[in-house]
Ligand binder design. Structure first.
Ligand SMILES: Nc1nc2c(ncn2[C@@H]2O[C@H](COP(=O)(O)OP(=O)(O)OP(=O)(O)O)[C@@H](O)[C@H]2O)c(=O)[nH]1
Ligand SMILES: [Mg+2]
Length: 547
């Protein structure tokens, strides 16, 4: 009989005879060929089972190596606190190629931000009271940059500098009304006045891909709302402020009449580089030169470029600045940044810089998720999921489904907003709202095991505001007569938020990490993000080990 390929007996025979187990396993001396064959078959069978178990163990070990730890972070805070800007900083740090690839798509948003700033100036300069506005000069829907007069009088009650060129400016800049409508239509989904439902998915929209009919809230398969991004509403068109004899521009479509404007956050919209009517091929058929949007006569850049000299003159007019100051309209707090960059931004071949993108304002509706992995350093291989939520009051119900599943929260409180009111409710002070929101987050039992990092944000604006002489005490009586400088004020807020956490957290052992931030500042923010990342990962790994 042929010998089996495998001869375990030989192995056993080599064992030392002083080993009792080896002796016990030796085949009997007088083993018959039949018994031998039976024994070898049984031993082969046992080896197969044993090898199978070994393979399984090896496989599991490999699987364990492949499954990297995952960290889920939720960005929380009121609207305009800087959540999406923080997310952009994470993207810039960890997926810079993707961030840069999207840069050009922010062009339309930046144009709209600039156009709105200019229009707000025109409105503020108007000698006519705004007949469409129920709240005098206090814009009920877009208060990010409105400072309520500390003496309690509405800003319109403060008479002052006249701008003799107002009518010329208004006429020269009238094309911006139409341009604004175009940009809004380009970036929005209609009938989105209050976000009771999220817009239809991109691929279900009709026409040019930007306009479609609204359908009930988009829900992802996991039961969570799908992401969208929104642009803040505007005041009525310039027509509302025009002199009685001036012809009024045509009324705006419903999407633009002070309602929210929706920009889907799907990756698709970001692929739309051409903002005009025709998509351009990258190379001209005639010359072989690269062609872009600037070669498209319908692209908004042309209207913007034509208005650039008037915009520049308006913004540089000392009387205009004086009037804005009197009316306490600080455009620096919203998209005023672009006003200092008019020639660059209105250039035909303008490509947004990283800073431009970081400062571009889009209101978030729903929840936006960003995933990345850390490829180097001590936290190599950790997978991150960051959820950016809409912070407006009617968006906050979308937060809760994420509470039972996150490892960390970065809460943003814009402490420069101590003298501002909520866009969604002008009766509510922004800082009061932040404190209440903070309290509800730190009190929440579902979040008791979650690491919390607090960003006291917009410190750059706080500094500028305090330097300009705005006094915290006028808006927060409890501040008393402490010095009105940055150090004292930021320390006061640090203590106030810290004390609420200390008093109300259900987890007394939880350490709170507080940073004073200006999340539009990439250099400072990247250092903070690295620290925060380490803290969160350490906490998360510790929890995994304890589990
Ligand atoms: N100067 C300055 N501007 C900031 C800072 N943080 C955010 N911003 C600007 O404030 C605006 C609002 O920031 P977002 O990040 O969109 O705010 P958000 O919290 O995502 O707001 P919602 O999406 O409405 O919840 C943007 O124009 C930002 O560029 C900051 O620290 N300093
Ligand atoms: Mg946002």
């Amino acid at each position: 009989m042929a010998k089996p390929a495998y001869e375990p007996v030989l192995t056993a025979r080599r064992r030392s005879l002083s080993d009792p187990l080896a002796v016990a396993l030796l085949p009997p001396e007088n083993e018959s060929p039949y018994d031998r064959e039976k024994r070898i078959t049984a031993e082969l069978e046992a080896k197969k089972v044993s090898d199978g178990i070994d393979d399984q163990i090896r496989q599991e070990r490999n699987d364990r190596k492949r499954i990297k730890p995952e960290v889920k972070v939720l960005l929380l805070g009121q609207s305009e606190s800087g959540k999406s800007t923080t997310l952009k900083q994470f993207q810039l740090l960890h997926t810079p190629a993707a961030f840069h690839a999207e840069r050009i798509a922010w062009r339309a948003v930046i144009y709209l931000n600039l156009v709105r700033s200019v229009r707000r100036i025109i409105e503020a300069l108007s000698p006519e009271p705004d007949i469409f506005d129920d709240h005098d000069d206090i814009d009920s829907t877009e208060t990010a940059s409105i400072i309520i007069s500390s003496n309690g009088r509405p800003p319109s009650a403060i008479s002052g500098t006249k701008v003799p060129n107002f009518e010329i400016y208004r006429q020269q800049l009238e094309p911006l009304v139409e341009l604004e409508d175009r940009l809004i239509n380009l970036l929005s989904s209609p009938d989105e006045d209050e976000p009771t439902h999220l817009p239809v998915p991109w691929d279900q929209q009709h026409g040019n891909g930007f306009n479609g009919t609204g359908t009930p809230m988009r829900i992802a398969p996991n039961g969570r709302p799908m992401p969208t991004i929104m642009i803040p509403p505007t005041k009525p068109p310039l027509a509302a402020t025009s002199a009685p004899n001036q012809p009024r521009p045509p009324s705006r479509p419903s999407t633009a009449s002070g309602k929210e404007v929706v920009l889907p956050a799907s990756a698709n919209w970001k692929k739309i580089f051409a903002l005009g009517g025709k998509a351009k091929s990258p190379k001209s058929a005639h010359t072989g030169e690269i062609e872009g949007w600037w070669a498209d006569p319908d692209d908004p850049v042309h209207a913007l470029n034509a208005c650039a000299p008037a915009m520049l003159e308006l913004w540089r007019d000392p009387r205009v600045r004086a009037r804005l100051h009197e009316k306490r309209l600080y455009l620096e707090e919203s998209s005023g940044f672009y006003l200092d960059e008019i020639p660059r931004i209105t250039a035909k071949k303008y490509i947004p810089t990283d800073e431009d993108v970081l400062k571009a304002r889009l209101k978030t509706m729903g929840v936006v998720e960003h995933t990345f992995s850390i490829l180097s350093g001590t936290n190599r291989g950790v997978r991150w999921k960051i959820y950016d939520v809409g912070g407006a009051r009617n968006q906050r119900q979308a937060w809760a489904p994420y509470f039972d599943d996150v490892n960390a929260i970065i809460f943003l409180a814009p402490i420069s907003a101590f003298d501002q009111v909520l866009a969604e409710d002008p009766r509510v002070n922004r800082l009061e709202d932040s404190l209440l929101l903070w309290k509800s987050v730190v009190t929440n039992k579902l979040l008791s095991k979650v690491s919390i990092v607090l960003f006291l944000n917009k410190c750059d604006l706080l500094q500028a505001k305090l330097n300009a002489g705005v006094r915290l005490h006028h808006h927060m009586i409890s501040y008393g007569d402490r010095p009105n400088d940055f150090e004292s004020v930021s320390k006061y807020f640090r203590n106030k938020f810290g004390a609420l956490h200390h008093q109300f957290t259900p987890n007394k052992g939880r350490e709170l990490y507080i940073h004073c931030t200006a999340v539009t500042d990439t250099r400072r923010t990247s250092t903070i993000i690295s620290n925060v990342r380490d803290i969160i990962v350490k906490g998360n790994l510790r929890d995994l080990r304890l589990a």
